[in-house]
Design a protein around this ligand. Sequence first.
Ligand code: GN1
Ligand code: MG
Length: 366
Amino acid sequence: MGTEFDINYLINQFQFEGSFKGYRCKDEGHINTTYVLIFDDGKQEYKYTLQKINTYVFKNPDELMDNIVSVTSHLKKKAGRDSDRCTLDMLRAKNGKYYCTDPAGNCWRCYRYIDGVYTCNTIESPDVFYNAGKSFGNFQRMLADYPIEKLYETIPKFHDTYSRFCDFLQSVKDDTKSRAREVGDEINFVIEHEKDTKILLDMLQRNELPLRVTHNDTKLNNILFDNDTNEGICIIDLDTVMPGLSLYDFGDSIRFGANTAGEDEQDLSKVSLSLELFEAYTKGYLCTARESLTENEIAYLPFSAKLMTFECGMRFLTDYLNGDVYFKTDYPEHNLVRCRTQFKLVSDIELKFDKMQKITAEAAAI
Ligand code: GN1
Ligand code: MG
């Protein structure tokens, strides 16, 4: 590390407090690259989060940052005096924008680091997942009056599952890395599920579901939990805040957080849908979002978990076929392993679907 970027150049592009002490890499997301910078003025330490924006994925950093700054300031107003730790605080670069470009053409942005919090990739206790549900439900509610037409579509058709299906078919056809023949079972799994891909899109078109401001990447590790209270205090990774369906957010949270194994677990016998965690999240989510949701949005919560898991598995498979150009990978089959966990989870959701519907109906009746 260190060869990838010029830290001295970057620390001169933003107005930091104190003098620079060092940095560490914080490798969590599959898209952007994140570092924590540490400064000190002799009396106290100052920390910042520095992130390299993945411009292969986010083609227009100006629009991307415009969305984030404007959504964040909306959230800040709503949070009132707690806003310091409950919302991201972006730093303006010396060029006046909320990001800078280094001599190599990479785009970088900076946030004030929020202390006293933790993130998780797996859930130990249903109470914490209940709190995660409350947080994303609350996020949805706080953005309910945000003017949707002001948002740029940072990644067009992001959760258009049918369009993702068409991209998948194209990648099978192109088969640029000659990998299609080793993944026949996975390809068939996708084709068998084609009819699911249009269900929510058709409902949206018939006005049976409302278009909302949604986060679109509601992974558990996109919530900062308070060290003392375990409450989810801040939602991060706002890159994909766009017009969408509330069901995308609910479903994606279940996909990641209610899985009894990690997203890239190689032992598929460990992968399943925890009904206990599903129930905890559903109760937490409905406790904050219930009032603003329509009956259809509630009725389709279990289906959204299946759809978002399927869509994500299909995206991993597509990227595997394309030669791993989108998601960061640690080893050659990483995307295929991820795809398999997702499809195993879809199958388990199908087995447990009636139970999930019963849990949802009971939680909504409270
Ligand atoms: C990516 O950036 P990260 O790791 O939070 C992806 C999501 C996927 C997720 C799968 C912009 O999220 O859509 O669901 O990986 N983000 C983008 O883990 O594509
Ligand atoms: Mg993330």
